[in-house]
Design a protein around this ligand. Structure first.
Ligand code: ARG
Length: 279
């Protein structure tokens, strides 16, 4: 009887320790931003895994706690709320999103991704939800590069792997117009290299580069005209998943018609200065 009591108290301690350990693990997982489940109001229990690459503010970024947040995240959550699914975010390299869809490790990719003709051969895209151009960024104190035409064969130019910006940088390299195409995993690294002088320019989507500039206006600037993107941004699913695509398009239409989309534009893209001006 005594040993039974002792056994029970040891067991209870063990359970408590395990419970605490589980809490710890949980906290680390969300703190690292690798997975971020979000329970919507319209919960049906269906959870779809949404892949993104979060160095692309204000579309795909992380908050101070490492949670994946942004315009794209709010948009797909709103679509899910309308269509009765919850979402769980996964952070991947941008050039890994399409293969993750093909392998079925993610259900949806939303990552400021142009629905380009090449990608349309590999995945299916929703209706478009945003159009962005490309722009050249240089260090704020650079006064020799005034447009893409001022790039010279001694220069290094950076872009993010798998992006339309990288396509452009690689074309410049193959045409002999620059010394090196510096293709990086994260845009945060590309901007850092620009500020440090490791590269002379970065080619990237205009609203995203402008977001980086707004955080450090005295370090980076854009130059020259914007360059047309290959296609507007759209949400991707595995090729042939028409059922999911139809739900995404229906949800997108709802949020575009009921004012939610405009609210998200205001929240993430218009900026507080314009909101102040309107008030
Ligand atoms: N719009 C560009 C493209 O489709 C860049 C997208 C990068 N997105 C990201 N989440 N890092 O190639």
């Amino acid at each position: 009887m005594k040993s039974m009591k002792k056994f029970l108290s040891v067991l209870m301690i063990l359970v408590m320790v395990l419970a605490m350990a589980a809490c710890g693990t949980d906290k680390n997982a969300s703190g690292g931003g690798s997975a971020d489940a979000d329970a919507g109001n319209n919960s049906s229990g269906e959870v779809l895994v949404v892949g993104t690459e979060p160095t692309f503010p204000p579309f795909d970024t992380t908050d101070d706690d490492g949670n994946i947040v942004g315009f794209d995240m709010d948009l797909i959550k709103a679509i899910g709320e309308d269509q009765g699914f919850d979402v769980e975010f996964r952070s991947l390299e941008f050039d890994g999103l399409i293969s993750a869809l093909q392998a079925g490790t993610i259900d949806i990719a939303i990552a400021g991704m142009d629905a380009s003709p090449e990608r349309q051969e590999q995945v299916d895209f929703s209706d478009p939800y945003y159009t962005a151009s490309l722009i050249v960024a240089v260090a704020a104190d650079n006064d020799t590069i005034k447009s893409v035409d001022d790039l010279t064969p001694d220069m290094k130019v950076a872009a993010q792997i798998g992006t339309t910006g990288a396509d452009m940088v690689e074309t410049l390299k193959s045409e002999g117009k620059i010394a090196e195409a510096v293709i990086l995993n994260g845009l945060d690294t590309a901007m850092m290299q620009l500020i440090n002088g490791d590269v002379q320019a970065v080619i990237n989507d205009t609203p995203v580069t402008e977001n980086y500039i707004s955080k450090q206006p005295d370090k980076i600037k854009t130059v020259g005209d914007t360059m047309e993107a290959s296609a507007p941004y759209a949400i991707a699913v595995q090729k042939g998943n028409t059922a999911l695509l139809e739900r995404i398009n229906a949800g997108l239409a709802t949020v575009q018609n009921d004012g939610t989309y405009d609210e998200l534009i205001e929240k993430w893209l218009t900026g507080s200065s314009e909101a102040d001006a309107e008030a």
